[in-house]
Design a protein around this ligand. Structure first.
Ligand code: GLN
Length: 305
Protein backbone atom coordinates (compact mmCIF):
# COMPACT_ATOMS: atom_id res chain seq x y z
CA UNK A 1 0.00 0.00 0.00
CA UNK A 2 1.69 3.12 1.29
CA UNK A 3 5.39 3.40 0.40
CA UNK A 4 7.80 5.84 1.85
CA UNK A 5 9.84 6.03 -1.37
CA UNK A 6 11.71 9.26 -1.81
CA UNK A 7 8.72 11.46 -1.17
CA UNK A 8 8.85 13.51 2.01
CA UNK A 9 5.50 13.67 3.66
CA UNK A 10 3.95 16.45 5.64
CA UNK A 11 0.95 16.17 7.92
CA UNK A 12 -1.25 17.60 5.18
CA UNK A 13 -0.03 15.49 2.28
CA UNK A 14 -0.06 12.26 4.27
CA UNK A 15 -3.53 12.96 5.61
CA UNK A 16 -4.84 13.64 2.13
CA UNK A 17 -3.36 10.36 0.98
CA UNK A 18 -4.79 8.48 3.96
CA UNK A 19 -8.30 9.87 3.54
CA UNK A 20 -8.41 8.77 -0.09
CA UNK A 21 -6.95 5.41 0.80
CA UNK A 22 -9.51 4.75 3.54
CA UNK A 23 -12.35 5.89 1.29
CA UNK A 24 -11.19 3.58 -1.44
CA UNK A 25 -11.25 0.68 1.01
CA UNK A 26 -14.81 1.48 2.00
CA UNK A 27 -14.15 2.87 5.48
CA UNK A 28 -16.93 5.22 6.58
CA UNK A 29 -15.97 8.60 8.00
CA UNK A 30 -12.58 8.35 6.34
CA UNK A 31 -11.52 11.87 7.32
CA UNK A 32 -12.33 11.38 10.97
CA UNK A 33 -10.49 8.05 11.00
CA UNK A 34 -7.44 9.49 9.25
CA UNK A 35 -7.33 12.43 11.65
CA UNK A 36 -7.67 10.44 14.84
CA UNK A 37 -5.09 7.89 13.77
CA UNK A 38 -2.71 10.69 12.78
CA UNK A 39 -3.21 12.53 16.07
CA UNK A 40 -2.57 9.23 17.85
CA UNK A 41 0.62 8.66 15.85
CA UNK A 42 1.94 12.15 16.50
CA UNK A 43 0.67 12.13 20.12
CA UNK A 44 -0.93 15.51 19.57
CA UNK A 45 -4.44 16.94 19.81
CA UNK A 46 -6.47 16.66 16.60
CA UNK A 47 -6.56 20.44 16.17
CA UNK A 48 -2.75 20.54 15.76
CA UNK A 49 -3.11 18.72 12.45
CA UNK A 50 -4.68 21.88 11.08
CA UNK A 51 -2.67 24.49 12.90
CA UNK A 52 0.63 22.97 11.77
CA UNK A 53 -0.15 21.19 8.46
CA UNK A 54 3.31 21.54 6.95
CA UNK A 55 5.01 19.73 9.82
CA UNK A 56 7.25 17.01 8.31
CA UNK A 57 6.55 13.37 9.12
CA UNK A 58 9.55 11.34 10.29
CA UNK A 59 10.23 7.86 8.93
CA UNK A 60 9.26 6.38 12.29
CA UNK A 61 5.96 8.27 12.39
CA UNK A 62 5.27 7.25 8.81
CA UNK A 63 5.84 3.58 9.65
CA UNK A 64 3.60 3.79 12.70
CA UNK A 65 0.78 5.56 10.85
CA UNK A 66 0.95 3.02 8.05
CA UNK A 67 0.51 0.17 10.53
CA UNK A 68 -2.52 1.86 12.07
CA UNK A 69 -4.12 2.41 8.67
CA UNK A 70 -3.57 -1.23 7.83
CA UNK A 71 -5.28 -2.31 11.03
CA UNK A 72 -8.20 -0.04 10.21
CA UNK A 73 -8.67 -1.39 6.69
CA UNK A 74 -8.72 -4.84 8.23
CA UNK A 75 -11.83 -3.45 9.96
CA UNK A 76 -10.40 -3.20 13.45
CA UNK A 77 -12.52 -0.58 15.22
CA UNK A 78 -10.92 2.84 15.56
CA UNK A 79 -11.37 2.83 19.33
CA UNK A 80 -9.41 -0.41 19.75
CA UNK A 81 -6.58 0.96 17.62
CA UNK A 82 -6.27 4.18 19.57
CA UNK A 83 -7.13 2.41 22.82
CA UNK A 84 -9.78 4.83 24.04
CA UNK A 85 -13.48 5.54 23.66
CA UNK A 86 -15.46 8.56 24.71
CA UNK A 87 -18.51 7.92 26.85
CA UNK A 88 -20.55 10.68 28.46
CA UNK A 89 -17.57 13.02 28.16
CA UNK A 90 -15.23 10.52 29.82
CA UNK A 91 -12.28 9.01 28.02
CA UNK A 92 -12.16 5.29 28.78
CA UNK A 93 -9.49 2.71 28.05
CA UNK A 94 -10.77 -0.03 25.72
CA UNK A 95 -9.30 -2.99 23.90
CA UNK A 96 -10.59 -6.17 22.28
CA UNK A 97 -11.47 -7.62 25.69
CA UNK A 98 -14.44 -5.26 26.17
CA UNK A 99 -17.36 -3.96 24.16
CA UNK A 100 -16.81 -0.44 22.86
CA UNK A 101 -19.26 1.84 24.71
CA UNK A 102 -21.95 3.06 22.32
CA UNK A 103 -23.68 6.45 22.13
CA UNK A 104 -27.07 4.69 22.63
CA UNK A 105 -25.89 3.56 26.04
CA UNK A 106 -25.55 7.20 27.05
CA UNK A 107 -29.38 7.29 26.98
CA UNK A 108 -29.43 4.42 29.46
CA UNK A 109 -27.15 6.34 31.81
CA UNK A 110 -29.18 9.53 31.37
CA UNK A 111 -32.42 7.74 32.22
CA UNK A 112 -30.77 6.18 35.26
CA UNK A 113 -29.54 9.59 36.35
CA UNK A 114 -33.08 10.92 36.03
CA UNK A 115 -34.27 8.13 38.31
CA UNK A 116 -31.58 9.04 40.83
CA UNK A 117 -32.83 12.62 40.68
CA UNK A 118 -36.30 11.54 41.84
CA UNK A 119 -34.93 9.89 44.98
CA UNK A 120 -34.38 11.19 48.47
CA UNK A 121 -31.27 13.36 48.28
CA UNK A 122 -29.99 12.31 51.68
CA UNK A 123 -29.84 8.64 50.85
CA UNK A 124 -27.18 6.71 49.02
CA UNK A 125 -28.30 5.26 45.71
CA UNK A 126 -26.94 1.76 45.37
CA UNK A 127 -26.66 0.52 41.84
CA UNK A 128 -25.99 -2.90 40.39
CA UNK A 129 -24.48 -2.75 36.88
CA UNK A 130 -24.88 -6.11 35.18
CA UNK A 131 -22.24 -6.88 32.54
CA UNK A 132 -20.08 -3.85 33.19
CA UNK A 133 -17.56 -4.40 30.37
CA UNK A 134 -15.28 -1.35 30.28
CA UNK A 135 -17.10 -0.07 33.37
CA UNK A 136 -18.63 2.77 31.38
CA UNK A 137 -22.10 2.74 32.98
CA UNK A 138 -21.02 2.37 36.59
CA UNK A 139 -18.20 4.88 36.18
CA UNK A 140 -20.38 7.53 34.51
CA UNK A 141 -23.01 7.11 37.22
CA UNK A 142 -20.46 7.32 40.04
CA UNK A 143 -18.92 10.35 38.39
CA UNK A 144 -22.14 12.27 37.84
CA UNK A 145 -24.21 11.12 40.83
CA UNK A 146 -22.12 11.82 43.89
CA UNK A 147 -24.26 9.83 46.32
CA UNK A 148 -24.18 6.74 44.16
CA UNK A 149 -22.39 3.56 45.14
CA UNK A 150 -22.16 0.86 42.53
CA UNK A 151 -21.53 -2.83 42.36
CA UNK A 152 -20.43 -3.82 38.88
CA UNK A 153 -20.37 -7.42 37.77
CA UNK A 154 -19.03 -9.20 34.72
CA UNK A 155 -18.13 -12.78 33.86
CA UNK A 156 -14.89 -11.69 32.26
CA UNK A 157 -11.87 -11.12 34.49
CA UNK A 158 -10.22 -9.35 31.55
CA UNK A 159 -13.10 -6.90 31.33
CA UNK A 160 -12.98 -6.28 35.08
CA UNK A 161 -9.29 -5.44 34.84
CA UNK A 162 -10.05 -2.73 32.29
CA UNK A 163 -13.07 -1.51 34.24
CA UNK A 164 -11.00 -1.20 37.42
CA UNK A 165 -8.36 0.73 35.54
CA UNK A 166 -11.00 3.10 34.16
CA UNK A 167 -12.51 3.62 37.60
CA UNK A 168 -9.10 4.58 38.97
CA UNK A 169 -8.52 6.90 36.02
CA UNK A 170 -11.74 8.76 36.79
CA UNK A 171 -11.26 8.66 40.55
CA UNK A 172 -14.37 6.69 41.39
CA UNK A 173 -12.73 3.38 42.29
CA UNK A 174 -13.65 3.85 45.96
CA UNK A 175 -17.35 3.89 45.08
CA UNK A 176 -17.47 0.90 42.76
CA UNK A 177 -17.19 -2.69 43.88
CA UNK A 178 -16.18 -4.79 40.86
CA UNK A 179 -16.91 -8.50 41.04
CA UNK A 180 -16.56 -11.47 38.79
CA UNK A 181 -20.09 -12.82 38.77
CA UNK A 182 -22.62 -14.04 36.24
CA UNK A 183 -26.21 -12.88 36.35
CA UNK A 184 -27.13 -16.55 35.93
CA UNK A 185 -25.62 -17.42 39.32
CA UNK A 186 -28.17 -18.29 41.98
CA UNK A 187 -29.87 -15.18 43.32
CA UNK A 188 -28.32 -15.62 46.78
CA UNK A 189 -24.87 -15.07 45.29
CA UNK A 190 -25.97 -11.88 43.63
CA UNK A 191 -27.73 -10.51 46.66
CA UNK A 192 -24.72 -8.58 47.89
CA UNK A 193 -27.07 -5.94 49.24
CA UNK A 194 -30.50 -4.65 48.31
CA UNK A 195 -30.02 -2.27 45.44
CA UNK A 196 -31.94 0.87 44.57
CA UNK A 197 -31.44 0.48 40.84
CA UNK A 198 -30.43 -2.38 38.55
CA UNK A 199 -28.94 -1.21 35.30
CA UNK A 200 -27.77 -3.25 32.34
CA UNK A 201 -26.80 -3.07 28.72
CA UNK A 202 -26.90 -6.82 28.16
CA UNK A 203 -25.79 -8.78 25.09
CA UNK A 204 -29.06 -8.56 23.18
CA UNK A 205 -28.18 -9.44 19.60
CA UNK A 206 -29.72 -12.76 18.59
CA UNK A 207 -27.66 -15.51 17.02
CA UNK A 208 -29.45 -14.88 13.74
CA UNK A 209 -28.79 -11.11 13.74
CA UNK A 210 -25.15 -11.69 14.60
CA UNK A 211 -24.47 -12.85 11.05
CA UNK A 212 -25.51 -9.47 9.65
CA UNK A 213 -23.42 -7.30 11.94
CA UNK A 214 -20.58 -5.17 10.62
CA UNK A 215 -17.24 -6.87 10.21
CA UNK A 216 -15.78 -4.51 12.84
CA UNK A 217 -18.04 -6.06 15.46
CA UNK A 218 -17.94 -9.70 14.34
CA UNK A 219 -14.19 -9.85 13.98
CA UNK A 220 -13.10 -7.79 16.93
CA UNK A 221 -15.62 -7.25 19.71
CA UNK A 222 -16.10 -9.99 22.32
CA UNK A 223 -18.99 -12.09 21.02
CA UNK A 224 -20.34 -12.82 24.48
CA UNK A 225 -20.69 -9.07 25.11
CA UNK A 226 -22.76 -8.59 21.96
CA UNK A 227 -24.94 -11.67 21.56
CA UNK A 228 -26.60 -14.15 23.90
CA UNK A 229 -26.14 -16.81 21.20
CA UNK A 230 -29.90 -17.42 21.33
CA UNK A 231 -32.97 -15.27 20.64
CA UNK A 232 -31.56 -12.02 22.05
CA UNK A 233 -33.76 -11.98 25.18
CA UNK A 234 -31.93 -14.38 27.49
CA UNK A 235 -30.46 -11.65 29.66
CA UNK A 236 -33.54 -9.43 29.77
CA UNK A 237 -35.62 -12.43 30.88
CA UNK A 238 -33.17 -13.33 33.61
CA UNK A 239 -32.86 -9.75 34.85
CA UNK A 240 -36.63 -9.19 34.89
CA UNK A 241 -37.01 -12.45 36.83
CA UNK A 242 -34.44 -11.78 39.51
CA UNK A 243 -34.67 -8.02 39.95
CA UNK A 244 -37.51 -8.25 42.50
CA UNK A 245 -35.17 -10.23 44.79
CA UNK A 246 -32.23 -7.90 44.41
CA UNK A 247 -34.02 -4.58 44.60
CA UNK A 248 -35.28 -2.64 47.56
CA UNK A 249 -39.05 -2.26 47.62
CA UNK A 250 -40.02 0.21 44.91
CA UNK A 251 -36.57 -0.15 43.33
CA UNK A 252 -36.03 0.46 39.64
CA UNK A 253 -34.80 -1.49 36.68
CA UNK A 254 -33.16 0.23 33.68
CA UNK A 255 -32.18 -1.80 30.64
CA UNK A 256 -31.03 -1.19 27.12
CA UNK A 257 -32.64 -3.14 24.29
CA UNK A 258 -32.19 -3.79 20.58
CA UNK A 259 -34.11 -2.83 17.49
CA UNK A 260 -37.53 -4.51 17.50
CA UNK A 261 -37.32 -5.79 21.08
CA UNK A 262 -39.49 -3.24 22.83
CA UNK A 263 -42.85 -5.03 22.58
CA UNK A 264 -41.61 -8.29 23.99
CA UNK A 265 -39.73 -6.60 26.80
CA UNK A 266 -42.66 -4.42 27.84
CA UNK A 267 -44.87 -7.52 27.77
CA UNK A 268 -42.36 -9.34 29.94
CA UNK A 269 -42.22 -6.51 32.47
CA UNK A 270 -46.00 -6.24 32.66
CA UNK A 271 -46.37 -9.99 33.15
CA UNK A 272 -44.04 -9.65 36.14
CA UNK A 273 -46.13 -6.81 37.57
CA UNK A 274 -43.59 -4.05 37.06
CA UNK A 275 -45.12 -0.58 37.20
CA UNK A 276 -44.34 2.78 35.63
CA UNK A 277 -42.89 1.17 32.55
CA UNK A 278 -41.28 3.88 30.46
CA UNK A 279 -39.57 3.55 27.09
CA UNK A 280 -37.09 6.11 25.71
CA UNK A 281 -35.97 6.32 22.10
CA UNK A 282 -32.39 6.87 21.05
CA UNK A 283 -31.24 9.61 18.66
CA UNK A 284 -32.21 7.41 15.71
CA UNK A 285 -35.80 7.14 17.08
CA UNK A 286 -35.36 3.50 18.04
CA UNK A 287 -36.92 2.51 21.38
CA UNK A 288 -33.71 1.84 23.25
CA UNK A 289 -34.09 2.14 27.00
CA UNK A 290 -36.75 0.82 29.30
CA UNK A 291 -37.16 1.77 32.93
CA UNK A 292 -39.68 0.16 35.25
CA UNK A 293 -40.40 -0.01 38.92
CA UNK A 294 -40.45 -3.39 40.50
CA UNK A 295 -43.35 -4.64 42.50
CA UNK A 296 -42.18 -6.16 45.80
CA UNK A 297 -45.17 -8.46 45.69
CA UNK A 298 -43.70 -10.29 42.76
CA UNK A 299 -41.23 -12.64 44.33
CA UNK A 300 -41.89 -15.89 42.69
CA UNK A 301 -40.14 -18.79 44.42
CA UNK A 302 -39.27 -20.72 41.28
CA UNK A 303 -37.04 -17.92 40.06
CA UNK A 304 -34.84 -18.17 43.07
CA UNK A 305 -32.11 -20.18 41.45
N1 GLN B 1 -21.72 -2.14 30.10
C1 GLN B 1 -20.93 -2.13 28.90
C2 GLN B 1 -21.58 -1.21 27.89
O1 GLN B 1 -22.67 -0.80 28.07
C3 GLN B 1 -20.73 -3.51 28.36
C4 GLN B 1 -22.00 -4.17 27.94
C5 GLN B 1 -21.79 -5.53 27.38
O2 GLN B 1 -20.68 -6.06 27.41
N2 GLN B 1 -22.84 -6.08 26.86
O3 GLN B 1 -21.00 -0.86 26.91
Amino acid sequence: MLKKGTKSWTVRSLMKFAIEFLQEKGIEEARRNAELLMAHTLKCPRIDLYTDPTKPISAKEFGHYKQLLERRINREPLQYIIGTANFMGLLLRVDGRVLIPRPETESLVEQTMLLCGTMDERKTVSILDIGTGSGNIAIALAKYVKRCEATAIDISEDALEIARFNALLHEVADRIDFRKLSVFEPVDQLLLRRFTILVSNPPYVSMKEWEDLQMEIRRYEPKEAVSDGKDGYEFHRRIVDIAPYLLQDEGWLAMEMGFGQVEEIVRLLRSHEYRNVNVTEDLGSIPRVVTAQCSPRFRNEHNKN
